[in-house]
Design a protein. Structure first.
Length: 399
């Protein structure tokens, strides 16, 4: 691995990010405006297609966005706190302790100070966080490969096959926003900011473990590299004090919630027991293998091809020498999503925050001969994503 990958504390090409109010903030927003505009346009297309399909089917368009599946659990927590469980016919118990607290806390706070219902507050959080996530993704892409790449990267994230979830009262956009800006903070040497964002991510989704790992591995490799370069361990620690502090902060949100569940349930492993009841325990990929084996052979081959494409993207990211924190984060998200025993249909959604995997595609799109061709490809992808989203949201199974 080259030194370039480990030089995460040096901002080679500063990309726009949130700054103090003033001319710099205005300039940063203007720089990100194309990415935000394209992202908002493709998500608006998705909502428009879904709205038309739902109206044609005689269904309430807002229902699937804010009143079904996980959204209901978050709103119940926002309204009543953690106290609800349901026993399924097979005897398994599903507890609301499986859901992390940041989204319901925001829903409750917004609903208390605005006329919005809890469902409306959840959509406001999701849509606002989607824009912030697109901005953060643009910032990372711009920092690594230039502004045009950042714009296309944000657009590709907006047309991801399961991008319709970005329009739902779910945690995907909130988590991705926190993760993208945390990675950007690491890339630009702002470790305390990165650690604070990790704390919030750890209160949002269990996959914050990937973000925590990205910070920890990067810090460890940096310290080892400096030590091998001849610096004593003491000077290396003092020189990287802010990095170490950021890494120390990073897991506190995730740990706080795990401890909360442990105290509430009276067992140190209560959180993991709750997840196991939901079928979300880690099984090393056995459930995935069994699912593939149970499919008709054409479907099994198609799924294996999709997994092969995913592996190829990972290899491309490694070969293109993405910075260490970006690589660790994306690969860990993929691994966590594949080795769990949970519902297979949710796995593409669980991998959606791994936006760095889209960076090779963004670079490839920019190699087309004209901007018009790049835009045409994105338009086709946006239409396909919108159609698939409408079909899925009007179905019976959860995303």
């Amino acid at each position: 691995m080259s030194d370039h990958q480990l030089r995460t504390r040096t901002a080679a090409r500063p990309a726009p990010g949130p700054r103090a109010p003033g001319p710099r903030a205005a300039a940063a927003f203007r720089a990100a405006a194309p990415a935000l505009t394209v992202y908002a346009a493709v998500r608006a297309l998705g909502l428009l297609v879904f709205w038309a399909a739902a109206s044609a089917a005689g269904k309430d368009p807002l229902g699937p966005l804010s009143g079904r599946w996980d959204s209901v659990w978050y709103q119940r927590i926002a309204e009543n706190g953690y106290r609800y469980t349901v026993t399924l016919p097979d005897g398994s118990v599903h507890s609301d302790l499986a859901f992390f607290p940041l989204l319901p806390a925001l829903e409750r706070a917004i609903s208390a100070v605005t006329p919005l219902t809890l469902g409306g507050a959840g959509l406001l959080v999701a849509w606002t966080a989607g824009l912030l996530a697109a901005w953060g993704i643009f910032a990372v892409g711009s920092h690594l490969r230039g502004r045009r790449t950042g714009v296309v990267l944000a657009a590709l994230w907006g047309v991801y096959p399961t991008a319709f979830v970005q329009s739902m009262a779910y945690t995907e956009t909130l988590f991705t926003a926190l993760a993208a800006w945390a990675l950007y903070a690491v890339l630009t040497g702002r470790w305390i900011v990165a650690g604070a964002l990790c704390v919030l991510a750890g209160l949002t989704r269990p996959t914050a473990a990937a973000l925590i790992a990205a910070l920890a591995v990067t810090a460890a490799v940096t310290l080892v590299r400096e030590y091998r370069a001849g610096a004593g361990i003491g000077p290396a620690l003092r020189r990287n004090a802010r990095m170490i502090a950021g890494v120390a902060f990073a897991p506190l949100g995730w740990l706080a919630y795990v401890v909360f569940v442990a105290v509430r349930e009276g067992s140190p492993f209560a959180y993991f027991d709750v997840q196991a009841q939901w079928g979300n325990n880690i099984d090393g990929g056995r459930a995935l293998a069994a699912f593939i084996a149970g499919l008709p052979w054409p479907a099994a081959l198609g799924l294996c091809a999709a997994l092969g494409l995913l592996g190829w993207l990972v290899v491309l990211c490694v070969r293109k020498r993405q910075p260490l924190p970006v690589l660790v984060y994306a690969i860990t998200i993929v691994v966590i999503s594949l080795i769990g025993a949970g519902y297979f249909g949710s796995r593409p959604r669980l991998m959606m925050p791994a936006f760095p995997l889209l960076l090779p595609a963004a670079v490839a799109l920019l190699r087309l001969r004209t901007t018009g061709r790049t835009a045409a490809v994105l338009a086709v992808l946006a239409c396909a994503s919108a159609g698939y989203g409408a079909w899925t949201l009007l179905g019976t199974g959860p995303p």
